[in-house]
Design a binder for this molecule. Structure first.
Ligand code: DQA
Length: 143
């Protein structure tokens, strides 16, 4: 099984960005934790982060047929991007949406996600553990 972990804008600044909301780990520290867990579970993982919507759209398109699942934190694009939703639909991606913070307890403009309604599920509010939870969930679903 192969899973692509996709992260959107400003998540390259984890560790120094609003730590009380997003935690102290950097994205590369989080990705190492995912890699370690995936190795133990015999799951192949790949990682991509971009601050640019078009690059995320292209990476989703390129993943078609090459990965079984996507775990995506679209970050601010969650609340704005019809293009990312359309890309996920175009490749019939089976994916989990992850957010470090609980978007439902935050500002009104974060309450809408353009991707939740087409996701396998949404994990929001558990910090970096959310990515590891998604790994467990996908390994279970894939059995
Ligand atoms: C986020 C929540 C978004 O609203 C925000 O724009 C982010 C991060 C999260 O992981 O909690 O950049 O996706």
């Amino acid at each position: 099984m192969k899973i692509l972990f996709l992260n959107g804008p400003n998540l390259n600044m984890l560790g120094e960005r609003e730590e009380s909301l997003y935690g102290q780990l950097t994205l590369s520290e989080i990705n190492s934790l995912i890699q370690k867990k995936a190795d133990k579970m015999n799951i192949q993982v790949d990682f991509f982060q971009s601050n640019e919507e078009g690059k995320i759209v292209s990476r989703i398109q390129e993943s078609s047929g090459l990965v079984d699942y996507i775990v995506i934190n679209p970050a601010a694009f969650t609340h704005t991007s019809i293009a990312i939703r359309d890309a996920l639909l175009a490749v019939k991606a089976r994916f989990i949406e992850v957010h470090l913070s609980n978007i439902f307890s935050r500002e009104d403009f974060r309450q809408n996600s353009y991707v939740s309604s087409i996701a396998l599920g949404v994990i929001s509010g558990f910090g970096h553990q959310g990515y590891l939870m998604a790994l467990d969930a996908l390994s279970d679903i894939n059995k």
